[in-house]
Design a protein around this ligand. Structure first.
Ligand code: 5GP
Ligand code: ZN
Length: 114
């Protein structure tokens, strides 16, 4: 756990969240400010600052994150059309520096994003 990391505190239960899924290594919860009818954040329980810090040693963890995301999308009824996105760096919109993948769906999604 990283001191002063919001999502580490959520994993530890120090800050409440609406859990959607939890495995040994991955936690998923609803975004507090949803951008779509379904907006879930899938995060590693271990503190990793962003996708730029991932390497080959994280292979199994990344696979699990994507499996959890797919399961959530299916459970939410958006398995055929959803967006899985991770912002890297403040300039790209990252505001919490604990790796997270947004699972977004349930409405028409345009491309390219802003
Ligand atoms: P980012 O901007 O880093 O890509 O995404 C961070 C996301 O975390 C945002 O969509 C924001 O709404 C969400 N978020 C920030 N603080 C909290 C919180 O305390 N609880 C929950 N559930 N989501 C949060
Ligand atoms: Zn953290």
């Amino acid at each position: 756990m990283s001191e002063d990391c919001l999502f580490c505190k959520i994993v530890a239960g120090e800050i409440p969240s609406e859990q959607v899924a939890s495995t040994d290594d991955v936690y998923a919860f609803r975004d507090i400010n949803p951008a779509a009818p379904t907006h879930v954040l899938v995060i590693p329980k271990e503190h990793i600052a962003s996708a730029a810090d991932l390497g080959s040693r994280h292979g199994a963890l990344v696979a699990e994150i994507f499996e959890v995301a797919r399961r959530i999308a299916q459970n939410e009824g958006i398995g055929d059309a959803y967006r899985l996105v991770s912002n890297v760096g403040a300039g790209a919109g990252q505001s919490v520096f604990h790796l997270h993948f947004h699972v977004i769906g349930g409405r028409e999604l345009s491309w390219p994003p802003g």
